[in-house]
Ligand binder design. Structure first.
Ligand code: BES
Ligand code: MN
Ligand code: ZN
Length: 500
């Protein structure tokens, strides 16, 4: 379900625009000094804005909203005084989200916006408006039109509105893909969605089905998908920058487990009921790919989604089975529920052997251990390259999708030794550190490439609405990867062409 809210920019004063558009709600930022297009609203009140704020104990913090009726033009409207803090990008994202939530059920809201990152404001507003409901309409429809006014004016605002909208729509796509129930969503469904958007997004697509996977030696995907009546797919989306590219080739790899029952190592229902979102990493890769052209990214980017359904049946892989991955590395399956690393192994080995990438980044809801370690808001970052790690951490902080780096502990490498194969798929031997041993497993397949692994098992879904995050799938990773790719772009001339 796309975001219903539309964002426009306009020029003039808030009162005048609200009157012209018939907007029911007008919004004025507080705490950053008066914003010219909104300052005149104060004159329409029988008290000062400060008096109103004091009465409500409001401090102008982002997310805070104080409301009052106000006569503007021909009628009484709702005035929202909304806190913007120091008007940092994070503040504006949060402020935009709070306004959009407050505007639910309304047809038009006109907001004066202080100088700063307007794209972040728009992104926050649109993402907070995201809704996913099958059948019945949501209890309250999203705000219909949000009109933003800044001192800079609509011409100079247009780019930021577009950028914020593209980033929010990409995140909404990632949320939609992950929120779709697994009954509807198998590997071929996911491949069809990717293929369906390729043309419009200026991408080429190749989908490998069972036969090609078998011919190519993608043993991990085939083994994980073997128990399902819906066979696996390897989705490959390719983006070539138009005009002068940076010369850098980035490969993004996503875990696309459309449902993770655990397989024969079956999960209890409590752990299984959210596992339609186990393709969140793959959804993020598809979403990022869909936005590259519109954001003018100058890297060449290939997106790989390893899609399979992990199910128990008479044809399932078994504990004790040995799989031969793409490229020949073998792994012993000690637990069929550690399936993500098995499908990612094929895609990573394929990227290393066939795509000649400068950088590989994988995104996966890989381990419950990462969720235990970092909770629901931070993604776990592993990397074999400090510059890449720094660039991704920086992009995460900027995008409001924070990462925390965890170590690839060499002493734990023995945990993935196997008696009968090159590696085993669970950390054995009491080393603990489940997300670390999973990352060490993946590292076996990346060759000498600069590589980072994002374990988003925690932040990939949320149990509550929170600022721009909505309950359910969050799309975590899409905005940080887009920031990383778009920023790398801005520095492309000064960068070493590598990972800075
Ligand atoms: N998809 C799960 C990880 C997961 C758990 C994601 C909770 C989101 C929320 C993954 O496939 C899995 O089952 N991992 C196991 C690995 C274990 C068997 C070595 C885990 O983390 O328990
Ligand atoms: Mn699993
Ligand atoms: Zn899984």
């Amino acid at each position: 379900m796309p975001i219903q809210t539309r964002v426009r920019s306009a020029g003039g004063s808030v009162s005048q625009v609200a009157t012209d558009l018939g907007a029911e709600v007008v919004a004025v930022p507080v705490r950053s000094g008066p914003v010219a297009p909104a300052a005149e609203i104060a004159g329409a009140l029988p008290f000062t804005l400060d008096e109103l704020l004091t009465l409500n104990r409001a401090k102008g913090e982002p997310g805070e909203i104080v409301s009052s009726p106000v006569r503007v033009g021909d009628r009484v409207r709702e005035l929202l005084l909304y806190g913007v803090g120091e008007a940092t990008p994070a503040d504006l994202r949060k402020a935009g989200a709070a306004l959009a939530r407050r505007g639910k059920g309304r047809s038009g809201l006109v907001a004066g916006v202080p100088a700063g990152d307007l794209a972040a404001f728009v992104e926050g507003a649109l993402l907070a408006s995201y809704q996913f409901k099958i059948g019945a309409a949501p209890a309250k429809p999203a705000l219909d039109v949000l009109t933003v006014l800044t001192e800079a004016g609509p011409e100079s605002d247009a780019g930021a509105v577009r950028r914020g909208t593209v980033r929010a729509q990409a995140t909404a796509l990632a949320r939609d893909l992950a929120n779709t129930p697994a009954g509807e969503k198998g590997p071929s469904w996911l491949a069809d969605r990717a293929a369906g958007l390729a043309d419009g997004a200026g991408l080429t697509v190749r989908v490998r089905g069972e036969e090609e996977l078998a011919d190519g030696g993608f043993g991990g995907l085939l083994a994980v998908g073997a128990g399902s009546s819906r066979p696996p797919r390897l989705i490959e989306l390719s983006y070539e920058p138009s005009g002068g590219g940076s010369g850098r080739h980035v490969v993004l790899v996503g875990k696309g487990i459309t449902f993770d029952s655990g397989g024969l190592s079956l999960k209890p229902n409590e752990g299984m009921k959210t596992m339609k979102t186990d393709m969140a990493g793959g959804g993020v890769v598809i979403a990022v790919m869909s936005a590259l052209r519109e954001l003018g990214v100058r890297d060449r980017v290939t997106g790989l989604v390893a899609a399979a359904e992990n199910m128990p049946s008479g044809s399932s892989m078994r504990p004790g089975d040995v799989i031969t991955h793409f490229g020949g590395t073998t792994s012993e399956v000690l637990n069929t529920d550690a399936e993500g690393r098995l499908v990612l192994a094929d895609a990573l080995a394929y990227a290393d052997a066939e795509l000649d990438p400068d950088v590989v980044v994988d995104v996966a809801t890989l381990t419950g251990a990462a969720k235990v370690a970092l909770g629901l808001r931070y993604g776990a970052l592993f990397a074999n390259d400090d510059a890449l790690s720094g660039a991704l951490s920086g992009a995460g902080a900027e995008a409001g999708e924070p990462l925390w780096r965890l170590p690839l502990v060499e002493e734990y490498r023995a945990a993935i030794d196997s008696d009968v194969a090159d590696v085993n798929n669970i950390g054995r031997g009491g080393y603990g550190g489940g997300s670390i041993t999973a990352a060490l497993f993946l590292r076996e397949f990346v060759g000498d490439r600069a590589w980072a692994h994002l374990d988003i098992a925690g932040p990939g879904r949320s149990t509550s609405d929170d600022a721009e995050i909505t309950r359910g799938a969050t799309g975590f990773g899409a905005r940080l990867l887009l920031s990383w790719l778009a920023d790398a772009d801005a520095d492309a001339d000064s960068a070493d062409g590598g990972t800075a």
